[in-house]
Design a protein around this ligand. Structure first.
Ligand SMILES: Cc1cc2nc3c(=O)[nH]c(=O)nc-3n(C[C@H](O)[C@H](O)[C@H](O)COP(=O)(O)OP(=O)(O)OC[C@H]3O[C@@H](n4cnc5c(N)ncnc54)[C@H](O)[C@@H]3O)c2cc1C
Length: 380
């Protein structure tokens, strides 16, 4: 008897979906990835990530991409600094020198690394899933916005925060965390913005106090990406009658919000090269679980969207992708594989999501400078 070839469809070409696809292909298992982006270059992929030993690093080793990763990664980017609202350095943790740290990589570089490792044509770009229709016995028909359809024996929802696949399994929707980031950026920072570059250091700088703050991160190519964070209403801009496309008005509103902070830090608002992108932060309820359902499962943010204050979202997505692929390789049926995968996924992600919820609450609290200092002193 020949082994049946399953039709595996992964929705979403983020770090989780691509890791899963790569490991399946290494074992000769056919897979297709569908993504709504028109191409791999359609969208800026965002800032830098540090990959952790048991999650992101583990997944890359399993995917045979560790050496390629180390050639791109920035171990020095692990420097972590806490700055007071009057721009004094309160804490400065150098990266570990023994090579056992969590090296940083730009998200775009990581995505390209994973994409380049796949058989050409694996990712179907411009395929936005609108809904998946159960056909019985674990099979689903995928409907895409361009009118095309595809049938799959396993649908993997790797489609991020606002997952369409999740609707097959759960009614849960992401809720606003109470914190909004406004993203800004600085090109050739050492030359053009030496004060901001010096405050940021080689890695990440946090300045958090009184329910607001700045997170600045070195990216590759001399770029600094910064987030101006506020505990505020989700519709804070509407309440102020602010048009988010009006950069001058946004800058004035943010400068007003931080009027009692040091002028050095205000440079992260005033000197932007990229303008301002409003990013309210959302999280799924904790724990987020679902009844075992033949032919469909979730990974990454689709399963456990959490605030970035865990520092784990992409790491967990990659570990999920690696674990799901491993389960599919090791188990005789898709159903056995889903059961084994979900048994480890759900407890692991619940623990991380609880940590992320505590993390964002202490980072955006009235006395967050002291809370963050205590946390850093304890953990470094
Ligand atoms: C400001 C910020 C900072 C962060 N910092 C870190 C960090 O330092 N470390 C860390 O580990 N994590 C971090 N995260 C979290 C991390 O970005 C996410 O957890 C991670 O990207 C999740 O990966 P994923 O593969 O599950 O989903 P995503 O990366 O969201 O990818 C989902 C993919 O699905 C596609 N898609 C969506 N809907 C559809 C559809 N209907 N049809 C087809 N395709 C679709 C999208 O185009 C996308 O390519 C941060 C998040 C934010 C917001």
């Amino acid at each position: 008897m020949s082994t049946p070839v399953h039709r595996i469809a992964i929705i979403g070409a983020g770090p989780g979906g691509l890791t899963c696809a790569r490991i399946l292909q290494q074992h000769g298992i056919p897979v297709t990835v569908h993504d709504l982006d028109a191409s791999r270059t359609a969208r800026d992929q965002g800032g830098t990530l540090d990959l952790h030993l048991d999650t992101g690093q583990h997944a890359l080793r399993l995917a045979g991409l560790w050496d390629a990763f180390t050639a791109l990664s920035r171990p020095e980017g692990e420097q972590l600094r806490l700055v007071s609202r009057d721009s004094r350095i309160m804490f400065d943790a150098e990266p570990p020198r023994d090579g056992r740290g969590n090296p940083e990589i730009d998200r775009g570089q990581l995505r390209n690394l994973l994409l380049d490792s796949l058989i050409p044509g694996t990712v179907r770009w411009g395929h936005r899933l609108t809904h998946a229709e159960p056909l019985g016995a674990g099979t689903h028909r995928l409907h895409f916005a361009d009118g095309s359809t595809a049938d799959a024996d396993l649908v993997v929802g790797a489609d991020g925060a606002w997952s369409r696949v999740r609707r097959l399994l759960s009614d849960a929707t992401p809720a606003y965390t109470g914190v909004t980031f406004v993203e800004t950026g600085f090109d050739r920072a050492d030359h053009r913005h030496p004060e901001l570059a010096s405050l940021t250091g080689n890695g990440t700088m946090l300045a958090l106090d009184d329910n607001r703050g700045f997170v600045a991160q070195r990216n590759s190519g001399g770029h600094i990406r910064a987030y101006v964070g506020m505990r505020t209403h989700e519709d804070w801009h509407q309440r102020r009658g602010l048009d988010l496309n009006d950069a001058v008005a946004v800058r004035e509103a943010l400068l007003q919000e931080f009027s009692s902070w040091s002028g050095h830090l205000l440079g992260f608002i005033a000197a932007t090269d990229t303008g301002y992108t409003n990013r309210p932060l959302y999280a799924l309820p904790v724990p987020h679980t679902w009844p075992h359902t033949p032919g469909v499962t979730l990974l990454g943010d689709a399963a456990h969207l959490m605030s970035p204050f865990s520092g784990m979202g992409a790491n967990l997505a990659m570990r999920d992708g690696a674990d799901l692929a491993t389960a599919l390789i090791e188990h005789p049926t898709i159903d056995d594989a889903i059961t084994a995968y979900e048994d480890t996924l759900l407890p692991r992600s619940s623990e991380a999501a609880e940590g992320a919820a505590e993390g964002i609450d202490s980072a955006f609290a009235p006395d967050s400078a002291n809370q963050t200092l205590a946390h850093m002193t304890q953990n470094h």
